[in-house]
Structures are given as C-alpha cells and as structure tokens.
Design a protein around this ligand. Structure first.
Ligand SMILES: Nc1ncnc2c1ncn2[C@@H]1O[C@H](COP(=O)(O)OP(=O)(O)OP(=O)(O)O)[C@@H](O)[C@H]1O
Ligand SMILES: [Mg+2]
Length: 508
C-alpha cells in the first residue's frame, strides 16, 4: 500500500508476462479489484520495474523470456522489500512440474492457464490483504520490541510456572548474559538465585531488596497477565534504586548530625543552669567562710541547693545513657504480646504503688512476629506507661492494646490513659528533647523523644490522640518486617543503627 507519504494511497501490482494478451487480461482483472497495474514483458524489465516502482505484489508468467519466472521470483526475494512480497505465478495448463518449481522458488500462490478473471481478482485481493496484515503485525512487533528495549528497568515476562518467556535488553545487560541464556530459565534461578527464600518460603519476591545478580538494590514489582479469564503469565519490573537508597542514607546521616547538634545544644543548656547554681552558690559559701560570716543555717540551705542541682545533672546524664545504649540494636523476631506481659512483670513492684490506677491489657491474639530490638521496644512501653501514670494523678485507668493492621503490614502498640490530656498547643512539642511540663526534678523531658527515636529506627510511626480532661492515647505503628538493610544499603546482618533521638514525632 503506498501513500504513506501523505500522497493519495493506492496499491500497485506489477504484471510480468511475455504474452500481450495474457498481460492485458491480468491487468483488467486486477484493475477491477481497485489496484493500479504496471506491466513488463520479460524478467529483466520486471526486475528493473520492481526496483523502480516498489509494487505491493507481483504477478508473473512461468515461461517469460530473459529471466524465467522461477528465477525472477528467487531474485525478487533477495531484494530489499522482496522477502515478504506476495508473488502470484501463472503456470501452463496441466503442468504439475511447473507448480512444484514455482513453490520451490518461493512464490506465494499459483494459478493455471487459462486465466479466470474472477479467480485472479479474488487471489490478488486475498494475497494483498494477507500481506497488509503481515506488515501491520511486523510493525507492531518491532514497535513493541523497541519500546521494551528502550526502558532501562529490567522487564521479564514469565509463564504462570515462572519460566522466562521474554525479557528486554536491560535484563540481559544487567545480568551480563545473552537472550539465549535467559529465555526458558526459571526466573527464580535467573534473578533471585542468590537469595534465600523469605519467611514464607517464597523465592520470588516483590518489594525492595538487594539483587546481587543485577549488582544493586532493586524494587521488584509483579503484575499478573490475564487472557480470557485465565492466567497467561506474569510480568516483573525490576527497578535499580541503588542511587535513591544511597541518597536516602546520606539524608538520614545528615539528619542524624543535625539531631546530634540539637541534642548537644539542649544538653549544654540543661546542664548549664544547675552548674551555674553549683559554682555560684559554692563560691559564695567559700567567700563567706573566708570572711567568717557563714551561718550554719545558710550553709545547710545552700548545700541542699548544690545537692539538688547535682542530682539534676545526674538525672540528665542517666537519661542520655539511653541514647548511647540504643545505638546498636539487636533485631530479632519477637512476640509483641509477650513483650507487653514481660514489661508489666518487670515493673510489677512499681505497679503495686499505683494503688488508684487500674492497668489493663487488650491484646489481639496470634499477632505476626515483630522484628525489633526487644530492649528498645520495652523501653518505649515503659516510657509511655510512666507518662500515662503521671497523667492520672488522681487515679484512673491505663490500657495497653496491641493489634495488627494487615493492610499496612504493621503491628500496633497503643497506651491509653484516662488522664489530664494534652493541650493541642503543646502536642507538636511533645517529642522535642527536654520538653516537659513536669516540675523541675520530676521529668527530664527526654522520655518521648527517646520513644520517637526508637520507633523511627524501626521504620515506624507514632501518633498522639488526646482530649484535655478525658485522656490520651499514644500509638506506635511498627512494620512487621524492618527492612533487612535498614535505611542504608550498606548495613547488614540484621543490625542497624538506631537513631534514638528525634526532634519530631517519628515518621510524622
Ligand atoms: N499520657 C500523657 N498525658 C498527658 N501528658 C503527657 C502524656 N505523655 C506525655 N505527656 C506530656 O509530654 C511531656 C513530655 O513527655 P516526656 O515523656 O518526653 O517527658 P517527661 O515525662 O516530662 O519527662 P521524662 O519522661 O524524661 O521523665 C510531658 O511532660 C507531658 O506534659
Ligand atoms: Mg516521660
């Protein structure tokens, strides 16, 4: 079909035959099917007309002079655009041998003399239609393959059993192999072969993971392909996210530095006041001693001030130790409900003194295991319980709840109290280090900032819900699976650097 250039579209058929009568009959038959016709009397002119005009089809007589029909067909097949060209050959009546030779020479179809005009028209239409469909399919295939190969992500198509049917260029380049080596192999072996099966025994995984065979950190997505209601195959798209992960790790590192700076400033500020008291009051005591004007009563009072300021410093130092200890986490699968029960045992003695406070649990059974650092999550619970206790000075109820949110694959740990509640104006500051509303000496204001840091280090989030005068619920959402590599692709072995310090609510 010409006319792709925007000119009027028409189909051109080249008729090559020595006999002018036959040429004319063929021309008329083909013209009736709506095509234009060019004619040539022999093989040599037929070849040159083909090269000049680029017809959509050739009809050739078997016994033409110069170059015979069989040879002409063979030559046409070797020319550009000739391999898929429909060639219809006209053979002498009753000549079986000519038909055999024609088919061997690669003609598409054969008709025999005498020419039946309707049959010629019919065949021409059929062969041109088939050639057109062939071209459309070929073009679609080429376009699809080029698209597939233009994508830099690895794209693999498997059958329902996981054998690779097709893949793009990025796949063979990434695996440093050839298409032949990849096609037909199980995807489990070709792509995931270096990994152990996951917790559920699956080898083929989705999500973010290190894929050594592709030399990087990847995000694997999987899409089933359905054809007529049955599973035809599965397409995997594997994106290299090594660079993104490295950027994230750098961001986390720079945030930790900023956190550290803020913490240092906070510590300096907090310790400075009691130290000033200690140095100032002791100086004045020494002066009075020198001058012989130091009364015992003043000495007692001032020593008490120094003593309390010293303890304030000691409290701050003790709280800071938690940061130091939290820096190397031991990540293991733990039963969250069991951890809650154990924590309650741990603080059993303190609980006894909470005489007017009822502590209840609302634990959802059969939770999936939580991959976490047991000590750190216990620390979270103790800090939340201590805050809840302080919030119900006149007595009340504290509830510890656990649950699993299947949709987000996160375990939920909530501590609720029926206490004083938290004014909205200070909710944004709760997680700031040294933020406290408690009287001097009763709170360092580090409890919730430690909680937020631990939750964040477990890739979780923490949420506050509070109504003044009614009570407060603090809820930690913890993914059931902390990413194996933590926030940095280089960390490994199930250990990760907890960032126990956070200025903001973790993940919020
Ligand atoms: N359950 C709660 N009900 C009411 N207020 C709360 C609750 N939990 C925390 N808060 C408020 O948040 C502030 C900060 O809590 P955080 O645990 O960080 O420090 P703290 O309890 O004051 O001191 P620390 O825990 O270091 O002894 C508390 O002073 C309190 O005002
Ligand atoms: Mg506290």
């Amino acid at each position: 079909m010409r006319g792709d250039t925007g000119e009027q579209s028409f189909t051109l058929v080249l008729v090559v035959d020595a006999d002018s009568q036959t040429r004319e009959t063929l021309r008329q038959a083909i013209t009736r099917s709506g095509c234009q016709v060019a004619v040539a009397p022999d093989g040599a002119e037929g070849l040159s007309a083909f090269e000049r005009l680029g017809p959509d089809m050739v009809v050739v007589g078997a016994g033409i002079p110069m170059v015979d029909g069989f040879t002409l067909c063979g030559r046409l097949r070797e020319l550009p655009g000739g391999d898929r060209l429909p060639v219809l050959m006209v053979t002498p009546p009753g000549d079986q041998q000519a038909i055999e030779r024609a088919l061997e020479a690669g003609v598409t179809d054969v008709i025999t003399m005498p020419i039946n005009v309707n049959l010629v028209r019919n065949r021409a239409q059929y062969l041109l239609g088939a050639a057109h469909i062939d071209r459309v399919i070929e073009r679609a295939k080429t376009e699809w393959e080029a698209t597939f190969d233009a994508v830099s992500d690895v794209i693999v198509l498997t059958d329902p059993e996981g054998q690779i049917i097709r893949c793009n260029r990025a796949t063979v380049e990434g695996l440093q192999t050839s298409f032949r080596q990849v096609i037909g192999r199980p995807i489990r072996e070709a792509i995931f072969g270096d990994l152990e099966p996951d917790g559920e025994g699956a080898w083929v995984r989705t999500g973010e993971m290190e894929l050594p065979c592709l030399g990087g950190y990847c995000d694997v997505s999987r899409y089933p392909i359905r054809l007529q209601d049955s599973l035809y195959g599965v397409v995997y798209i594997i994106q290299d996210i090594t660079e993104r992960k490295q950027m994230e790790a750098k961001l986390v590192a720079s945030q930790r530095l900023a956190d550290l700076g803020r913490l240092a400033a906070g510590v300096a500020h907090e310790i400075n006041s009691p130290l000033q008291v200690i140095t100032g009051v002791s100086r004045s005591l020494m002066d009075r001693l020198e001058q012989g004007t130091l009364a015992t009563e003043r000495l007692e009072r001032n020593l008490d001030v120094i003593h309390r300021s010293g303890w304030r410093c000691a409290d701050i130092v003790r709280a800071l130790r938690t940061y130091a200890h939290a820096s190397a986490a031991q990540i293991e699968p733990n039963d969250l409900n069991e951890m809650v029960e154990d924590t309650l045992l741990l603080i059993e003695n303190q609980l006894k003194s909470w005489s007017n406070i009822a502590v209840e649990t609302d634990l959802t059974p059969d939770l999936p295991p939580l991959r976490c650092d047991r000590n750190q999550i216990t620390q979270v619970l103790i800090n939340l319980l201590t805050n809840a206790r302080d919030a119900v000075p006149a007595g009340g109820k504290i509830t510890i709840g656990t649950a699993y949110d299947a949709e987000s694959a996160r375990l939920v740990l909530a501590v609720s109290d029926t206490g004083v509640g938290i004014a909205e104006s200070i909710q944004a500051n709760l997680f700031d280090p040294f933020f406290t509303t408690k009287p001097a000496g009763e709170g360092t204001g580090l409890g919730l900032s430690i909680v937020a840091g631990i939750v964040r280090a477990h890739a979780g989030e923490i949420d506050v819900n509070s109504v003044v005068g009614k009570g407060t619920t603090l809820t930690a959402y913890l993914p059931d699976r902390v990413p194996e590599v933590g926030s940095s692709p280089s960390a490994s072995g199930g250990r990760f650097d907890a960032s126990p310090y956070s200025e903001h609510p973790a993940g919020t």
